[in-house]
Design a protein around this ligand. Structure first.
Ligand code: SF4
Length: 146
């Protein structure tokens, strides 16, 4: 993991000092396991602050900024693989079938990405694709399943 100079507004050097103070040098594995247990069982997307051993010193709790489950954000849609798949499906809905070349030009996406989307959609049985399309060849054809 690459560290910058700050994490959530706390200088990384301060975080490192705290971690070294808390770490039991005789059992660093236990410390790591305890942190993972805490993250899995207590400080989850919907945190269980009432049973948390860190509650007395927790800045999130003190500031009323406990993360809510709805705070979990999806990755951005723009430029995503989901968006690309949607574009491919839309193009295929408009015609009985299309080559990867046509899908790329209609969707405005590079051929390699379109080919990857077609392979993924074929795996999910949403699209039927010939061997050439599955191999990523521009002339390879795909159509909607069903
Ligand atoms: S008190 Fe803080 S560390 Fe503990 S579960 Fe709540 S948000 Fe997480």
């Amino acid at each position: 993991m690459a560290f910058g100079t700050e994490s959530d507004g706390v200088p990384v050097t301060a975080l490192r000092e705290m971690a070294e103070r808390w770490l039991d040098p005789d059992a660093p594995g236990d410390w790591n396991q305890a942190l993972m247990d805490l993250g899995r069982e207590v400080c989850r997307p919907r945190p269980r602050c009432a049973v948390c051993p860190l509650a007395p010193g927790c800045a999130f709790l003190r500031n009323g900024a406990v993360p809510r489950s709805s705070a979990r954000r999806q990755p951005p849609f723009e430029g995503s693989f989901r968006q690309l798949r949607g574009r491919v499906m839309r193009v295929l809905r408009e015609r009985p079938g299309a080559s990867l070349r046509l899908l790329a030009s209609e969707s405005g996406e590079p051929l390699e990405r379109v080919a990857a989307a077609v392979v993924a959609l074929a795996r999910e049985d949403l699209v039927r694709a010939g061997p050439a399309a599955l191999a990523g060849r521009p002339q390879g054809r795909a159509r909607l399943a069903g």
